[in-house]
Ligand binder design. Structure first.
Ligand SMILES: [Zn+2]
Length: 142
């Protein structure tokens, strides 16, 4: 297993990503939605891996939502960095991680564009349950 640690710029939001996929073999995705394009986001995930999001200061976590409103785009309110997209239904959650926040970001290859427009809520959930990484969120100080 490979273990990758990452964080937003100020360290409020941290991510621990474990995967059997080596960085060079990772399929890095540049989502072409209006939000991801503004961040020049590069995302990775592994359905056989795990992601833990650690929130050090809960009041500085932004769960930005748009369009269907079924996804939490996790941003730090202090430094503005986009860390992860997080999708939860009941106790089940899947996430991806933005390569740009990982300490090892330079090891990952260039992204390929993906277009995901036109999905409905169920379609999004089914794709994420298949392709994204099982995720947990640990909120400290609560
Ligand atoms: Zn921050």
């Amino acid at each position: 297993m490979h273990h990758f640690h990452g964080s937003c710029h100020c360290g409020n939001l941290e991510v621990d990503y474990s995967t059997a996929i080596a960085p060079a073999d990772s399929a890095v995705r540049a989502c072409q939605c209006s939000f991801c394009r503004k961040h020049d986001a590069r995302a990775i995930s592994d359905p056989d891996g795990t992601i833990e999001i650690i929130v050090n200061q809960p009041d500085l976590l932004e769960r930005y939502r748009f369009e269907l409103g079924v996804t939490d785009y996790l941003l730090c309110r202090k430094c503005g960095v986009y860390v992860s997209a997080y999708s939860q239904r009941d106790s089940e959650a899947y996430a991806n991680v933005m390569v740009n926040v990982l300490d090892a970001r330079a090891q990952f290859p260039a992204p390929g564009p993906v277009h995901l427009d036109g999905e409905d809520e169920l379609g999004k959930w089914q794709r994420r349950a298949k392709n994204w990484t099982p995720a947990t969120m640990r909120i400290l100080g609560q």
